[in-house]
Design a protein around this ligand. Structure first.
Ligand SMILES: Cc1cc2nc3c(=O)[nH]c(=O)nc-3n(C[C@H](O)[C@H](O)[C@H](O)COP(=O)(O)OP(=O)(O)OC[C@H]3O[C@@H](n4cnc5c(N)ncnc54)[C@H](O)[C@@H]3O)c2cc1C
Length: 364
């Protein structure tokens, strides 16, 4: 079982790799070959790291730290916890395992070293403006990869949005739809391809019957306001009417009005100077699925999401994915579960490989 021996430096007490990059060497490389490199330190990546740390696997986890001041709902045992506190605690849990190395870098590139069956990972500090040369780059090698880079939600470019984001304004019905209970709800949706806007609005019917859906023509690009791709079909209009969902198709929300002192919204103002009362506002705009690394490696995608099998493995051998990047169900506890599953699957592969080698050696 030699191959499962841990190969991190036991003398090295710190497993947080700080920013002391070699001043003389332009390239700061790691000598060790890690069993697993995890890209992304959100719920999925950290959950994978926790298990792999407990399996004593030498792993490296990259994350660009962007605190988000929101609250998490629906995470068993942590209802209404601060997201930042939860993530901070998770890091604390993970780095108590000495075989885990943490790097505060953005991964820029991953290449396959086919000859040695390894991945070569290049990262830099995200805010580094001089990425053109090699001075701030690090390189690491790993046998397996977990891509857990998540996604970003496009936010509406409307006046006062930031003020009420997370306080009267949300995007995820499963996380925050409860806040709409018996309230006047206004929804901004931009994409009605495959019924997405109306389907999104229908999710809220369990909480409220007072729904107005704006098919915002262009939520973040005023110049394209007439580039309308979001119209409903006649069938959808009939369905909306039957369900009592009001549809606004030829006007856009431009401003939120409310009471900033109590962080509560009162309504929205439209481009045509209309005013619509609202207690809560939800938005459903485009998403940026952060799949660049997966694309570099040629992983198969499905509508931008990484295709994975039941073990979280992508279409590329030894590349796994977990969290929001591989599903349109964006939920923290699901992301954590898929991260754990990826870690278990990889451990089983490493073990199988080690046992096979042991068998081969015993026959020599
Ligand atoms: C405002 C908001 C509120 C939410 N509320 C809830 C809620 O109440 N309940 C709930 O269950 N879910 C909620 N969610 C959804 C939940 O946050 C996600 O489902 C979950 O975070 C997904 O975890 P993840 O690990 O896949 O991705 P993320 O948590 O997004 O983590 C991805 C990480 O990867 C890093 N990263 C990306 N690219 C790179 C790179 N190239 N190199 C290094 N690092 C990289 C990012 O910086 C990030 O830290 C909410 C989401 C948002 C945006």
């Amino acid at each position: 079982m030699d191959t499962l021996k841990i190969n991190y430096n036991k003398e090295d007490k710190s497993n947080i790799i700080d920013d002391k990059r070699g001043k003389d060497n332009n390239l700061d490389n790691y000598e060790d070959i890690f069993d697993v490199a995890i890209i992304g330190g959100g719920f999925a990546g950290l959950s994978a790291a926790l298990l792999l740390g407990r399996y004593l696997r030498p792993i490296i986890i990259f994350d660009v730290f962007k605190p988000r001041s929101s609250y998490i709902h629906g995470y068993l045992g942590y209802e209404k916890s601060s997201r930042n506190d939860l993530i901070q605690k998770a890091w604390h849990d993970v780095i108590q395992y000495q075989s885990v190395k943490r790097v505060e870098d953005k991964v820029k590139r991953v290449e396959k070293d086919v000859e040695n069956n390894l991945f070569l990972i290049t990262s830099t500090k995200e805010n580094n403006m001089q990425n053109q040369d090699n001075s701030e780059k690090r390189k690491a090698r790993a046998k397996y990869l977990i891509i857990a880079t998540g996604l970003q939600h496009i936010k509406p470019n409307i006046k006062n949005f930031e003020e009420y984001d997370g306080n009267g304004v949300w995007h995820c019905p499963h996380c925050d739809g409860f806040e709409a209970t018996n309230k006047k709800l206004v929804i901004i949706a931009s994409d009605n391809k495959d019924n997405k806007a109306l389907d999104y609005a229908k999710v809220f019917l369990g909480w409220t019957k007072d729904i107005t859906l704006f098919l915002q023509r262009s939520n973040y690009d005023n110049d394209n306001a007439h580039n309308n791709t979001s119209q409903l079909t006649d069938k959808q209009r009939i369905e909306a009417r039957t369900l009592d969902i009001d549809i606004i198709e030829n006007d856009d929300i431009v401003e939120i009005v409310g009471d900033p002192s109590i962080k509560s919204i009162k309504g929205v103002i439209t481009r045509n100077n209309g005013f619509y009362q609202a207690d809560v506002l939800f938005y459903h705009l485009k998403k940026i699925i952060q799949n660049e690394i997966a694309c570099q490696l040629g992983c198969e995608l499905d509508e931008g999401y990484l295709k994975v099998n039941k073990n979280q493995q992508t279409s590329i051998p030894n590349v796994y994915a977990a969290g929001d990047i591989d599903t349109d169900r964006h939920y923290a506890i699901l992301a954590a579960a898929s991260g754990a599953l990826a870690a278990i699957s990889i451990y089983e592969e490493l073990l199988k490989d080690a046992l096979n080698r042991t068998k081969i050696q015993s026959h020599i």
